[in-house]
Ligand binder design. Structure first.
Ligand SMILES: NC(=O)c1ccc[n+]([C@@H]2O[C@H](COP(=O)([O-])OP(=O)(O)OC[C@H]3O[C@@H](n4cnc5c(N)ncnc54)[C@H](O)[C@@H]3O)[C@@H](O)[C@H]2O)c1
Length: 434
């Protein structure tokens, strides 16, 4: 289906659930880029050059994606801090940079958060909605519609960047949208805040991206609702830091037919996300999300002589002095010719939100475009951005970053302007280059 035209001039609302480190870094970054104070490093939508294009064209000149200056932001948070205060507390960006952007950031004040009474147990914020799940959903819907009206928006994308939630066992309320709606009415305890945000967005035809490890878009009721309502959704848990490196390194080990006996990963982080992850239940959700990648890349069932029974351990520790500047250590035990053992040590001193913010920008622009193209339901081709890529069908997700990049490139070719038909061989070239 053709992408609707004239769309680059239209205003797109970025509805941020959670105004913490990641969201405030995103908003500050986009404002700085629009003012010419910063460069969009790490963003595929801003820097990708079309494969095989004689003019080396930038993707943003070829695909009718929304312009950064036409993005408007709304947010919800359990704390009332505006984006400036939140960014200062998160301490990702230098105070001097934030001062330059202060006015614009102070304008972004969060609405009261939807809460479910059991998640984010470590947070003390009182800036929350009251009432049953259904009443909170209705209030959220009114806020979204009023925001759209007040800002004259053409479209919106909802971004879940709230704290990691604990995983709850769902019953029938997760199986169909009718049962889910009955569950909202009955204030069913297994319906989390993230599910309520997602439900309202899908109901309003707004694409949803889940940047967190929390369960919501994969709940069958909501996944089907997105499909039926013609809404594209994507998740989950952005692939940054240690997992990013793991999915770069592991395909290389495999490509060289080296064996693996164990991979030990540990992290320290001191931001609010780390504080929430100090709760063992929330940490379980995140660790599971990080654990899944190696099996899928190495395929021990296909290569038992190299990978059968390898030991994989992931630890996350909350360590306040580091703030958002996460540090990750990996010890990788590999073996080579004649079974001789070797070790790889990786020490990544990264900035989590600096790695994550460009991914959120890309996801917003690409989901908005996908929605205008008529693509609906879970968007498998966006797996490149996630630690635990959601799939629209029962299958094993791809975790190898290069394979994911190939899938993304193929989809980008399909999204290109209809007036510029894509030669078949270019699809092949895009895939072959990886
Ligand atoms: N920062 C990154 O680089 C990164 C990378 C990958 C994944 N993630 C995931 O993204 C999410 C956000 O990360 P962050 O670093 O910004 O964390 P953060 O703790 O700084 O921000 C999360 C915000 O969500 C708010 N919140 C909690 N419950 C809420 C609710 N029910 N409604 C609205 N707001 C709510 C919190 O008050 C907080 O301000 C986390 O789940 C994290 O695991 C972040």
């Amino acid at each position: 289906m053709a992408v609707s035209s004239g769309s680059q001039q239209e205003r797109v609302g970025v509805m941020l659930v959670g105004l913490g480190a990641l969201a405030s870094t995103l908003v500050a970054g986009i404002e700085a880029i629009v003012r010419g104070l910063a460069r969009p490093i790490g963003s595929l939508t801003q820097l990708y050059r079309c494969n095989g294009d004689a003019n080396n064209a930038l993707l943003l000149d070829v695909l009718p994606m929304a312009k950064l200056q036409n993005l408007e932001f709304a947010a919800w948070d359990v704390y009332p801090d505006n984006a400036f205060q939140s960014a200062v507390k998160a301490a990702v960006l230098h105070k001097d940079t934030l001062e330059l952007l202060r006015g614009r950031l102070e304008e972004l004040r969060p609405f009261k958060a939807v809460v479910d009474g059991q998640n984010q147990r470590r947070l003390k914020g009182q800036h929350v909605k009251t009432g049953t799940r259904l009443e909170q959903a209705q209030e959220l819907e009114r806020e979204i519609l009023a925001f759209k009206e007040a800002r004259g928006l053409d479209r919106m994308v909802l971004v879940l960047c709230n704290s990691t939630e604990i995983t709850l066992e769902m019953g029938e309320e997760g199986q169909s949208i009718k049962k889910f709606e009955q569950g909202l009415k009955a204030d069913c305890k297994t319906i989390s805040a993230s599910m309520i945000y997602s439900y309202v967005a899908i109901k309003l035809g707004i694409p949803v991206v889940n940047c967190t490890p929390s369960q919501c878009l994969e709940v069958p009721a909501l996944a089907r609702f997105a499909e039926e309502n013609g809404v594209p959704v994507a998740g989950k848990d952005l692939k940054t830091g240690q997992t990013l490196l793991k999915t770069i390194l592991a395909p290389g080990i495999k490509a060289r037919y080296l064996g693996l006996t164990g991979w030990y990963s540990t992290n320290i982080l001191g931001n609010r996300d780390g504080e929430v992850l100090d709760d063992p239940e929330a940490s379980k959700t995140k660790v599971n999300s990080k654990l899944s990648v190696l099996e899928s890349i190495l395929e021990p069932e296909r290569h038992p002589e190299l990978y059968r029974g390898f030991y994989h351990k992931v630890k996350i520790d909350y360590y306040p002095p580091r703030g958002d500047n996460k540090e990750a250590w990996d010890n990788v035990d590999i073996f080579g010719w004649m079974d001789y053992p070797m070790q790889i040590k990786v020490n990544f001193l990264c900035r989590d939100s600096i790695l994550a913010a460009p991914l959120v920008l890309d996801l917003v622009l690409l989901l908005d475009l996908a929605g205008r193209t008529g693509w609906k339901g879970i968007q498998d081709w966006l797996g490149f951005f996630f630690k635990s890529p959601l799939l629209s069908r029962p299958a094993k997700p791809i975790h190898d970053l290069f394979q994911q990049h190939g899938e993304l490139e193929e989809a980008l070719l399909r999204l290109r302007k209809p007036k510029e038909p894509v030669p078949v061989q270019r699809v092949a070239a895009a895939v072959a280059s990886h």
